[in-house]
Design a protein around this ligand. Structure first.
Ligand SMILES: [Zn+2]
Ligand SMILES: [Zn+2]
Length: 66
């Protein structure tokens, strides 16, 4: 059935779109880095500055899990 194939394509498309939206901000919502970025600044924590220089995001302040 082509209808079944169609719906799975739509599901994949939706999850891809959701993933790209989440990837837009590399910081965790509400984290110090996120708050600073929203003000056009960068967090001044030594740990965050070091992570920023390394091209990454501070793990300590941007934990994926709560
Ligand atoms: Zn910070
Ligand atoms: Zn930090």
């Amino acid at each position: 059935m082509s209808a079944g194939r169609m719906s799975s394509v739509v599901l994949v498309g939706l999850s891809l779109a959701a993933g790209s939206v989440a990837a837009e901000s590399k910081y965790k919502e509400g984290s110090c880095s996120d708050m600073a970025a929203k003000k056009g600044e960068k967090c001044t924590h030594p740990c965050c500055v070091a992570a920023e220089e390394a091209g990454t995001v501070c793990d300590k302040c941007n934990k994926e899990r709560r």
